[in-house]
Each structure stands twice: as structure tokens, then as C-alpha cells.
Design a protein. Structure first.
Length: 288
């Protein structure tokens, strides 16, 4: 109950409401200054995607298109199987996220309750290790067992990204739970698994949401594993954007349209679940 109610109190009770009018103006001005570079890049990116190549190559640059067009998006889907690559991205990101939750949530619970700090440091180290260090061993292994150029190869390798994130996030949430709740469940006849399933997991649901979102985003945006391990039919969207580049010229309109197609699902997901992200990020700080 405290997990859900506390962020609401923070939101409605209002640090911002207690600020003076001048303080609020300064806060929003600083917010605009910080966000304006990202907003400008996104709007310029959108402008490139709906302008013909003549306007994209014009000098001085034309920001507002005189004749907006969707031809760049049509060209992207016509020149390469973007629909197939989109499906591949959803399959790989969704499957790797689901597997990371299935494995990472119990692992985080076990590490938190055992207070195995060495294991938590090992998890953090595995997350900080560059993906390139895994690439050659993965390539040799998958070629040996016949999984090269398959979606399973990408799903397994993306667990290298998603699983440490899930475990690390869940360790923090499970360590913040009051042990009396689980002890009461054990007294009532629940085993360790029952206490985990009926007490720990429901209370840590915001953390699971945050872990799932982070794992999905990192998997969706991953490029290096797919460009080496994927085949022509198993490529994901980041590789498809890379393939838009040619040696003859850079089609800025097609490139911007392809990049927008890749970013749009993650952007929409973030907008719809931003409340859950805020609740998950603040829940661990208000439990005590």
C-alpha cells in the first residue's frame, strides 16, 4: 500500500506547489533548457523524414518542409523487408525480456535474501562488460551447435543484456521488503517458494515493470549482436537502419524515416508506462 500511495503523495502534495512563483518559473526554465537539445534533434529528425531529398540537401537548410511527403517511409518499406525486421525485433526483445524476468526475479530474490554481496557485484560486473567481449565466443559456439543466423541466437545473446539488469534492479527491491511480511507467511504455513510467490513478488511488481522496460529497450536497440549473428531473414531493425546507408550516397530522408520507425515503438512504450517507471523508481526509497 505504501509503495503505491507514497508516489501519489509526492505528486499531489507537491514539492513544486510549495515553491514560490519565481522558483517555479526558474524550475520550468531550467527544464526547457535541458530538454531543448533533445527536442530540437527529434524535430529535425522528423523534418528530414517528411522532406524530399532536394529539400534535405538544400543550403541553407530548410527546417519546415514546403511539401511534406511520406515517400521516404514508403521507400524504406519497399526497398527492404522492414515488416519482417520489425517482427523479428518484437520477437527477440519480447522473448529475451520474458526470459530475463523468469530467471532474474527469482535470482534477485535469492541473492537479496542470502545477502550474497559477492554475487551482486559479479552481476554488476557482467553488465559493465562490453558486449564485444562476448561476440566472438558466441559466434563460434552458435556456429558449432547450428544456431547461427537464427532468432534463438539473438534471444540468448540479448539475455546477456537483460538478465543482469533484471537481477540488479530486483535485488534492490527485495532488499527493501520488510522481512516480517515473509516471516508471517512462513508462520502461516507457506514455504520459501510460497512466501516468494504470494508476498515478495506482488510487493515488488513496480520493480519488475521497471526491469522489464529497461530490458526491452536495451534489447530493442541492440545492434552489434544482430549485425554479426543474424542472417538475411533474422535481422532486426537497428541492422535494417544500417543497411539504408550506401557507398554511393546518404539518403537522409530514407535514413531518418528508418530511424524513426525503429524509435517509435520504444517512444510510445515509454509514454504509456512512464507512470509505472516513476512508481518503480521511487518505490524503493519510500518503503522504509
Amino acid at each position: 500500500m505504501d509503495v503505491v500511495a507514497a508516489p501519489g503523495r509526492l505528486r499531489t502534495g507537491g514539492w513544486a506547489r510549495r515553491r514560490s512563483p519565481l522558483g517555479r518559473i526558474g524550475f520550468y526554465f531550467a527544464l526547457i533548457v535541458l530538454l531543448s537539445p533533445a527536442a530540437f534533434v527529434f524535430l529535425w529528425w522528423l523534418s528530414l523524414s517528411i522532406k524530399p531529398d532536394v529539400d534535405n540537401m538544400a543550403y541553407p537548410p530548410i527546417f519546415i518542409p514546403s511539401h511534406p511527403t511520406l515517400a521516404n517511409f514508403v521507400d524504406v518499406f519497399r526497398q527492404s523487408p522492414f515488416g519482417l525486421y520489425t517482427l523479428n525485433s518484437f520477437i527477440v526483445a519480447g522473448a529475451s525480456t520474458l526470459l530475463s524476468l523468469v530467471i532474474g526475479v527469482p535470482a534477485g530474490y535469492g541473492i537479496a535474501k542470502a545477502r550474497a554481496s559477492a554475487l551482486s557485484i559479479l552481476v554488476l560486473t557482467s553488465r559493465m562488460t562490453p558486449g564485444l567481449s562476448y561476440l566472438i565466443p558466441w559466434f563460434i559456439l552458435f556456429r558449432f551447435i547450428g544456431l547461427n543466423n537464427t532468432l534463438w541466437a539473438l534471444i540468448i545473446t540479448h539475455l546477456v543484456i537483460g538478465l543482469p539488469i533484471t537481477i540488479w534492479v530486483m535485488i534492490g527491491f527485495f532488499e527493501g521488503l520488510h522481512p516480517e511480511l515473509e516471516e508471517a507467511a512462513l508462520v502461516d504455513g507457506c514455504g520459501v517458494w510460497g512466501a516468494f510467490r504470494h508476498v515478495a513478488m506482488p510487493l515488488s511488481r513496480p520493480g519488475m515493470v521497471v526491469a522489464a522496460i529497461l530490458s526491452f529497450i536495451f534489447s530493442w536497440n541492440n545492434f552489434i549482436f544482430a549485425v554479426v549473428l543474424a542472417g538475411r531473414e533474422t535481422r532486426t531493425l537497428p541492422v535494417a537502419v544500417f543497411n539504408v546507408l550506401t557507398f554511393e550516397q546518404v539518403a537522409w530522408g530514407d535514413l531518418a524515416a528508418a530511424a524513426l520507425v525503429v524509435a517509435l515503438p520504444v517512444l510510445v512504450l515509454t509514454i504509456f508506462v512512464q507512470r509505472q517507471i516513476i512508481v518503480g523508481m521511487t518505490a524503493g526509497s519510500v518503503k522504509g
